[in-house]
Design a protein around this ligand. Structure first.
Ligand code: NAG
Ligand code: NAG
Length: 178
């Protein structure tokens, strides 16, 4: 009986791992619209929000802001730390910016508006690599350590299919364990 319990628990664990790691999401930066702005306090900062969030390969970050007044710059770590806006990897200024997190590792973003980064309008997201391991796909290795991702419109259809396949696979694995 005990071994059945272990098998049952393992299959539940496997299924939930697949469900957890295969759902691609659109994540609104800051958790709500128009959060890309100078934080009113340290505790209100986007990095506080990011620390409490999980980012996975395949997720898409969404920023909303007034494109006349602000922009999103993806930069290397050094430029993030020094708020250097002069040579971003990618510049986004459409007011409704979507960045697909297509590989694991850290991503650095700062505001392109004058003086905003210095006042805390910056964001680090660290993307976990679990999904790619689980699904057996590795993102193409990039020669540039923090190279900007090619941004393509998100299509979640295929991902949902992958999620379902993952679920079925998880259930089958659970059955085999029995
Ligand atoms: C955010 O704002 C955009 C444009 O103003 C709007 O289309 C979208 O529905 C809003 N999203 C949410 C979650 O409020
Ligand atoms: C910002 O980065 C550019 C290009 O890497 C560099 O030439 C410039 O000196 C930097 N500015 C500061 C203030 O560090």
């Amino acid at each position: 009986m005990a071994s059945h319990k272990v098998a049952l628990l393992s299959s539940i664990l496997i299924v939930s791992l697949f469900v957890t790691f295969t759902e691609a999401r659109d994540i609104m930066v800051g958790g709500k619209n128009y959060s890309w702005k100078i934080p009113s306090s340290e505790s209100d900062s986007l990095n506080k929000w990011a620390e409490a969030s999980r980012f996975r390969v395949g997720d898409t970050l969404v920023w909303t802001y007034d494109p006349k007044k602000d922009s999103v710059l993806q930069v290397i770590k050094k430029d993030y730390e020094t708020c250097n806006t002069s040579s971003p990897l990618v510049t986004y200024k459409d007011g409704n910016t979507k960045v697909k997190l297509d590989k694991s590792g850290p991503y650095y973003f700062i505001s392109g508006a004058d003086g905003h980064c210095e006042q805390g309008q910056k964001l680090i997201t660290v993307v976990m690599s679990m999904r790619s391991h689980f699904m057996g796909i590795s993102p193409a290795p990039s020669p540039v350590e923090f190279g900007g991702p090619a941004v393509a419109p998100t299509s979640t259809g295929g991902v949902n299919l992958r999620g379902s396949l993952g679920l079925i696979f998880g259930v089958l694995t659970g059955l085999i364990l029995f």
